[in-house]
Design a protein around this ligand. Structure first.
Ligand code: MSP
Length: 668
C-alpha cells in the first residue's frame, strides 16, 4: 500500500501472467511467461508507470482432488504446499510480483460469485444440462465420443447428463466482433487475432460454467452442489487480485495486458471479454499470446515428460543467465527451442565474454590507470563520437523494441553496442598506450567513453538482468536504485568524471560447457526422481527409486504388466560396504555395494534420511541391470530400492530383517 501511495499521480499499468495449475510444479515454459512479465514490469517502472503485476495459482478442479487424494492429504493442504513452491521459485528468479492470487483465496471466491450474480441478473446465465462422456473411475468428463474409452485410464466411459448453469456466449458474437474491430490491437500477435476472429465468426456455443460432479471448487451461492467450473473461476482471478467488486476504488482495472501462452488465447480473448461484457465491467486492453518453448520439437509439458526445470539452470549459471537466454533466443510471439547447449553457448559468448568482460576490463583499466576514478574525456576523436552516436541510437531503438515486447531484438541491439565497444577498444588499445601526456589523455578519453557505454548498457539491460546489472551499477560507483532510474532520461555521458568506482564483483565467470551441461542434466534427473515436495506421487505400495537411475514413471494403478515385464528387472540382495556424502549434492550418498558377483558404486537419494556410517553392512535390494549413469558427476551403477513414505516421500530402504539372506540372491 505504501508503494501505491507513493506512486500517486503516476499512470497505472496492470499486467498479469496466467495463473498456473497447482497439480504440477513449474518448468521453464511457465518460467518463460513469468519472466517476460517481470521484465515488462521492471521496464514499465523505469518508464515512470505505477505497475502492478499479478501472478498466482489455479487451484480448483478434479485434478487437484485426485492429486491430493493420491498424496493422502486434504485438498486445501495440498494446494497450499504447491502454491508455496510456485511462489518460492518466482522469488528465486527475481520476479517482482505485486499480487499473488490463489483461486482458493476468500476474496477470489467473493469476486467469482459477484461476477456470476451480475451475469445472471443481466440475463446471461440459465440453468440447463450438460451431457458428456464421463469416466467413473477418474470422476471426470473426458473428450471422447460415446462408446470410446477414457484416454487417461483406458476404461469404458459413460454418457452422463448433469444439471448445470450455462453462460450465453452465443449472445456475444456481434458484440465481440464489434469490439475486436474497434480495438484492433486487443489480440496480439496478428496470427492469433485471425485465429480468434475465425473462431468467433463460426458458431459460438453457450458455455457450461458450473458442475455438480466436481466437489473441489467455489460454490455457486444457494445452488449447492454446483461449483464454478474451470475458466469462469480462473479468469476472474485477474480481477480478484485488484479489488474484485471494489475494483474502482483500487484503481487498476481494466488490465493493460494479459500475457498468456498461445494455447489459452481463446479463453482470454473470447470468454473473458464476454463474461465482462455480460456483467457490464470494463474489458482489458490487450491479450498477448506468446509461443511455446519446445523441447525436441514438442511443447515442453509435464504430460509429455520433456520438461526442464529452472532451478538446476539457476544453480549452475545464475538466474540472469536463464532470463537472458529465454528472452534473447526466442522471437517473442514465436515458438522457440530449448537446448542446454545453446543456453551455455549464450552464457559464455554473450554474458561472460560480452557484458562481463567489458565491465571487468573497463573497471580494471580505470583502477590501474586512473586511480579508480572515472577519467575526463579530452580531445575526442571521430571514433569516440561515433561510438557515442551508436550508443545514443541504441537507447532509442531498445526503448522502442521493449515497448513492442521485442525483447530479442532489444537485446540484439544492446549486444551490437557491446560488440562495437569491444572493437573500439581493440583499435584504440588503451592498454598499450604509454605515460606521455598525449597518451594519458587518449587513454582517459577511451576509458571515459567505454564507461559511458557500460552505464547505458547497464540501465538498458536491467529489466532482463536485474541481478548482474545491479553489480555493474555498484561497480560504476552509482548508489541510487538502478530499478528507479528513469529510462526516458537516459542519455550519453551521464557518468561524471572524477566519480569513484565501486567494488568489483564476479559477474559471469566463464564455464566449461560440457561440465555445465552435465551438472544441469544431472540435477534435472535428480529432480525428476525426487519425491514430490507435497507427497509421494507413486502409489503407496510401489517401491520408490531412492537410487540413481532414471526411474520410469510408476505405472498407473490400473495398468497391469505381465510377469515377463517384471522379469526384465534384475533385483538382487546387496550389502553396503561404504557410504559417503557427495560434496555439493546434499540429497545424495555415494555407496559401494557388494552384489555377490562384484562391488558396485551406486548413488542413492537418501542423504537427508540416513547417516552414512549407519548404513555400512546393511543388506538392501538392488536393481542391478540398470544402465549406468552419472549423477552430479558421480558414476552410479544400479539402484537401491526404497519405499516412499508419508507426505514428503521419505525413503525407507527395503530390507531383510527376518533372515540373513545371502548376498547376490535374486528377488523374484
Ligand atoms: N490455469 C491455466 C491458466 C488460467 S489463466 C486464467 C493454465 N495453467 S498452466 O499451468 O497450464 O499454465 C499455462 C501457461 O504456462 C501457458 O499459457 C504459458 O503461459 C505457460 N506455458 C506452459 N508450458 C509452456 C511452454 N512449453 N512454453 C511456453 N509457455 C508455456 O493453463
Amino acid at each position: 500500500m505504501e508503494r501505491r501511495k507513493m506512486a500517486a499521480g503516476k499512470q497505472k499499468y496492470y499486467l498479469t501472467t496466467p495463473i498456473y495449475y497447482t497439480n504440477g510444479l513449474p518448468h521453464i515454459g511457465h518460467t518463460y511467461s513469468t519472466i517476460v512479465c517481470d521484465t515488462i514490469r521492471r521496464y514499465k517502472r523505469m518508464r515512470g508507470y505505477d505497475v502492478v503485476l499479478t501472478t498466482g495459482t489455479d487451484e480448483h478442479g478434479i485434478n487437484v482432488e485426485r492429486s491430493a487424494k493420491q498424496a493422502g492429504i486434504a485438498e486445501s493442504e495440498f494446494v497450499a504446499k504447491m502454491a508455496a513452491q510456485w511462489k518460492a521459485l518466482w522469488d528465486e528468479l527475481g520476479v517482482q510480483g505485486d499480487e499473488f492470487i490463489r483461486t482458493t483465496d476468500l476474496k477470489h471466491a467473493h469476486t467469482v460469485q459477484w461476477l456470476f450474480k451480475l451475469c445472471r441478473e443481466n440475463g446471461y446465465v440459465y440453468p440447463g444440462h450438460y451431457t458428456g462422456q464421463y469416466c467413473i473411475y477418474d470422476n471426470a468428463y473426458v473428450d471422447v465420443k460415446p462408446g470410446e474409452n477414457c484416454p487417461d485410464c483406458g476404461r469404458p466411459t459413460e454418457t452422463v447428463t448433469e444439471p448445470n448453469y450455462f453462460f450465453k456466449l452465443s449472445a456475444f458474437q456481434k458484440p465481440l466482433l464489434d469490439f475486436y474491430a474497434k480495438n484492433p490491437d486487443f489480440i496480439q500477435p496478428e496470427a492469433r487475432r485471425n485465429e480468434v476472429l475465425s473462431f468467433v465468426e463460426g458458431e459460438l456455443r453457450d458455455l457450461s460454467i458450473t458442475r455438480t460432479t466436481v466437489r473441489w471448487g467455489i460454490p455457486v451461492p444457494g445452488e449447492e452442489p454446483h461449483v464454478f467450473y474451470v475458466w469462469f473461476d480462473a479468469l476472474t482471478a485477474y480481477l480478484s487480485a485488484v479489488g474484485g467488486p471494489q475494483y474502482e476504488k483500487v484503481g487498476y482495472w481494466p488490465a493493460d495486458l494479459h500475457l498468456v501462452g498461445k494455447e489459452i488465447i481463446r479463453f482470454h480473448a473470447v470468454y473473458w471479454p464476454a463474461f465482462l461484457m455480460a456483467a457490464g465491467l470494463p474489458i482489458p486492453k490487450q491479450i498477448w499470446a506468446h509461443g511455446w518453448l519446445l523441447m525436441d520439437s514438442a511443447k515442453m509439458s509435464k504430460s509429455l515428460g520433456n520438461v526442464v526445470r529452472p532451478r538446476p539452470i539457476v544453480r549452475v549459471l545464475g538466474m540472469d543467465a536463464l532470463r537472458y537466454y529465454l528472452l534473447r533466443e526466442t522471437v517473442f510471439g514465436q515458438d522457440g527451442n530449448f537446448s542446454y547447449d545453446a543456453l551455455v553457448q549464450r552464457y559464455n559468448s554473450d554474458l561472460a565474454n560480452g557484458l562481463g568482460n567489458l565491465a571487468s576490463r573497463t573497471a580494471a583499466m580505470i583502477e590501474k590507470n586512473c586511480g579508480g576514478r572515472i577519467p575526463k574525456a579530452s580531445e575526442k576523436l571521430a571514433q569516440d563520437d561515433e561510438l557515442a552516436k551508436i550508443a545514443q541510437a541504441t537507447i532509442g531503438d531498445v526503448l522502442e523494441e521493449y515497448e513492442a515486447l521485442g525483447f530479442s531484438r532489444a537485446l540484439e541491439a544492446i549486444w551490437a553496442l557491446i560488440a562495437a565497444t569491444d572493437k573500439y577498444l581493440t583499435s584504440g588499445h588503451p592498454w598499450s598506450l604509454g605515460e606521455s601526456e598525449a597518451d594519458q589523455k587518449r587513454r582517459g578519453t577511451i576509458l571515459w567513453t567505454t564507461a559511458q557505454v557500460l552505464r547505458v548498457v547497464t540501465v538498458l539491460t536491467h529489466p532482463v538482468l536485474p541481478e548482474s546489472t545491479a553489480k555493474v551499477w555498484a561497480l560504476l560507483g552509482e548508489t541510487g536504485a538502478l530499478g528507479a532510474v528513469d529510462l526516458d532520461g537516459l542519455a550519453w555521458g551521464q557518468l561524471a568524471p572524477g566519480a569513484a568506482l565501486g567494488k568489483s564483483q564476479a559477474l559471469f565467470p566463464r564455464i566449461e560447457k560440457a561440465d555445465a551441461i552435465e551438472r544441469m542434466e544431472a540435477m534435472e534427473k535428480e529432480a525428476q526422481n525426487a519425491p514430490s515436495p507435497v507427497a509421494a506421487t507413486t502409489p503407496a505400495a510401489a517401491p520408490a527409486a531412492a537410487g540413481a537411475a532414471a526411474a520410469p514413471a510408476a505405472p498407473a494403478p490400473a495398468e497391469k504388466i505381465g510377469i515377463e515385464d517384471f522379469a526384465k528387472v534384475e533385483m538382487r540382495v546387496g550389502q553396503i560396504k561404504t557410504a559417503e556424502r557427495i560434496v555439493g549434492a546434499d540429497k545424495l550418498l555415494k555407496l559401494t555395494v557388494d552384489i555377490g558377483t562384484e562391488i558396485r558404486q551406486i548413488c542413492a537419494g537418501i542423504a537427508q534420511f540416513y547417516e552414512p556410517e549407519k548404513l555400512i553392512g546393511r543388506k538392501v535390494a538392488v536393481v542391478v541391470n540398470l544402465a549406468p549413469r552419472k549423477l552430479r558427476g558421480v558414476e552410479s551403477n544400479g539402484m537401491i530400492v526404497a519405499a516412499s513414505v508419508g507426505p514428503e516421500g521419505r525413503p525407507v530402504l527395503a530390507g531383510f530383517p527376518d533372515e540373513d539372506v545371502e548376498i547376490g540372491a535374486r528377488l523374484k
